[in-house]
Design a protein around this ligand. Structure first.
Ligand SMILES: NC(=O)C1=CN([C@@H]2O[C@H](COP(=O)(O)OP(=O)(O)OC[C@H]3O[C@@H](n4cnc5c(N)ncnc54)[C@H](OP(=O)(O)O)[C@@H]3O)[C@@H](O)[C@H]2O)C=CC1
Ligand SMILES: O=C1O[C@H](COP(=O)(O)O)[C@@H](O)[C@H](O)[C@H]1O
Length: 508
């Protein structure tokens, strides 16, 4: 698959300010993404990128810092025949404290300077890659700049987590929308930029095959496993305030559920897609605090071994309290109370230091209604299953029954596999490439609208509150390298089902 821009359309002239320019996200994800867009011919003809932060960097030192990030984290490294040199000429740094209102005049000056250099007014994008506590303050100060009132040219990108709970998310929305029009606000969830996630819409709505059976009449249950092998990796300060529910479920996992469960959009307009997704969020059953134990399981990793290496327990991680109640694992059974999905459970689990790095969505169909084959074939008679591997594997597998070659009617389950690597040449773009390009082009389809974020918080709030009310008594309760606590197995086993792990091809 080619990431090259072959159709010669580029976003309009752009000036991108990155608050948190000196931070991890910019070095690891944003700058590599911008450089890849540049290499592939997607950056605007005229663009400037300005990193902001309190750290004292010269332009040169800042570029070197980004270059190091590209060397370490990007899918394409280094100079690339002089392209880095060319790209880096578009990059600069402004040392400023985001809390110092007077310093914002530097931004206004920079806009004027770039405007003169470009000979036109560029789109001005403020990317807030800073800790969530800083976002309101920076947004208010930006909002006071005249240029932010320009709803056509100016946009603000807000990283996750968006708020800490429903109340703070609501307040942040109120604040942002008092400064900016909704169209100017891009609430980012990087899962929505993943190719394999975007492909769910293509799979479901560009094919006539699946939609007629995509409902409670044919689907037994759905499950999502989002497992990471990494621990909190020095992010203890952030993670202590977050935990798996806020870090992964409230945003990424609920968005995956939306993609899998939404109704067909009438068109591909941003608000149409968002409306269909918000319908799913609003229909997700709000369990009461007292019911939480029956629907949700939490876990925290102990010290142990991961593939031969000794790893710390969560409570021994930097900036983590010795008796921390923070969950590094969550498994939840959701229901969507609507016509399409009534009584179809959606099991999700996510966690750190698990057995494998994998995100897969499994759609388990019901057994065929009548079995007409010889009794001996019944043992291998399996219902159909569609497995969408989001990462790191990128494929879709449809399991169905086949007749095993031979003189007897013996059934065996086989997989029909669509694999990105085999189907397309080259690399797929990283999520941040896709989403940054969307922001520059002014396409908010894959970004969260205010009501979507709040609806998502409403779904997880009872669980958050119940867990805060009743601190865990058994933490740590799973070993690194496992699939999480035993209770997570019980959550699904109680319903006579089991978690699907890696979709290994069926070979008999
Ligand atoms: N890192 C990642 O992979 C991901 C991060 N995110 C989100 O991105 C955001 C940033 O995360 P991350 O980059 O990891 O965090 P870091 O701690 O690495 O970076 C924080 C940035 O904020 C800047 N900053 C802090 N205080 C001020 C201030 N008063 N004025 C101006 N700048 C300030 C720091 O710059 P300086 O110290 O120079 O002032 C630094 O550049 C968070 O919301 C996080 O949740 C989301 C997904 C993934
Ligand atoms: O947003 C986050 O996502 C990462 C996982 O992202 P992925 O693209 O590698 O699946 C997670 O590690 C992090 O804790 C969380 O903040």
């Amino acid at each position: 698959m080619s990431t090259q821009n072959n159709n010669n359309t580029r976003p309009p002239a752009t000036l991108l300010f990155i608050f948190g320019g000196s931070g991890d996200l910019n070095q690891r994800k944003l700058s590599p993404a911008l450089y890849n867009l540049f290499l592939d011919g997607w950056m605007p003809e005229k663009f400037a990128i300005v990193g902001l932060g309190r750290t004292a960097y010269s332009d040169e030192k800042f570029r070197k810092h980004l270059y190091d990030g590209i060397q370490e984290f990007s899918r394409r490294k280094g100079e690339q025949n002089g392209h880095w040199k060319e790209f880096s000429q578009h990059v600069g740094y402004l040392q400023m404290d985001g809390e110092d209102e007077a310093a914002y005049s530097k931004i206004a000056d920079k806009v004027k300077e770039v405007e003169e250099q470009f000979g036109e007014h560029p789109n001005v994008i403020f990317y807030l890659a800073v800790a969530p506590q800083l976002v309101p303050d920076i947004a208010v100060k930006l909002g006071k700049l005249n240029l932010c009132k320009d709803t056509i040219y100016t946009r603000i990108v807000v990283e996750k987590p968006f708020g800490h709970d429903l109340k703070s998310a609501h307040e942040l929305n109120a604040l942002l929308t008092s400064m900016f029009a909704e169209d100017q606000i891009y609430r980012i969830d990087h899962y929505l930029g993943k190719e394999t996630v975007q492909n769910i819409l293509a799979l479901r709505f560009a094919n006539a095959l699946f939609e007629p059976i995509w409902n409670r009449n044919y689907i037994d249950h759905i499950q999502i496993t989002n497992a990471e092998t990494v621990g909190v990796e020095g992010r203890g300060g952030y993670y202590e305030q977050s935990g798996a529910l806020r870090d992964m479920v409230q945003n990424h996992i609920l968005q995956l559920i939306c993609m899998i469960a939404m109704d067909a959009p009438v068109n591909f307009e941003a608000n149409e897609i968002r409306n269909k997704k918000v319908d799913v969020l609003n229909a997700l059953r709000k369990i009461t605090r007292d019911e939480v134990h029956a629907y949700a399981v939490r876990g925290q990793y102990s010290e142990g071994w991961m593939k031969g290496d000794k790893v710390k327990g969560y409570r021994q991680e930097e900036k983590v309290a010795p008796q921390s109640p923070t969950e590094t694992f969550a498994a939840i059974k959701f229901y969507i109370d609507n016509w399409r999905w009534q009584d179809v459970p959606i099991y999700v689990r996510t966690g750190k230091h698990l057995h494998d790095k994998t995100t897969i969505i499994t759609v388990q169909f019901k057994q065929a209604p009548h079995y007409a084959f010889p009794p001996e074939a019944a043992e291998t008679w399996r219902p159909n299953r569609l497995t969408i591997s989001i990462q790191p594997k990128t494929d879709i597998r449809l399991r169905f029954q086949a007749k095993r070659p031979g003189q007897t009617m013996t059934l065996s389950p086989v997989d029909m596999i669509f694999n990105y690597e085999d189907a397309y040449d080259g690399h797929e773009p990283e999520a941040y490439e896709t989403l940054l390009l969307d922001v520059m082009e002014g396409n908010p389809t894959q970004f969260m609208r205010a009501d979507q974020v709040e609806s998502a918080w409403k779904v997880v709030m009872p669980i958050i509150e119940a867990w805060e009310q009743r601190p865990p008594v058994d933490f740590p309760n799973y070993s690194p390298g496992s699939w999480g606590p035993e209770d997570a197995e019980a959550l699904i086993a109680r319903d006579g089902r089991n978690w699907v792990t890696l979709p290994a091809p069926h070979k008999e």
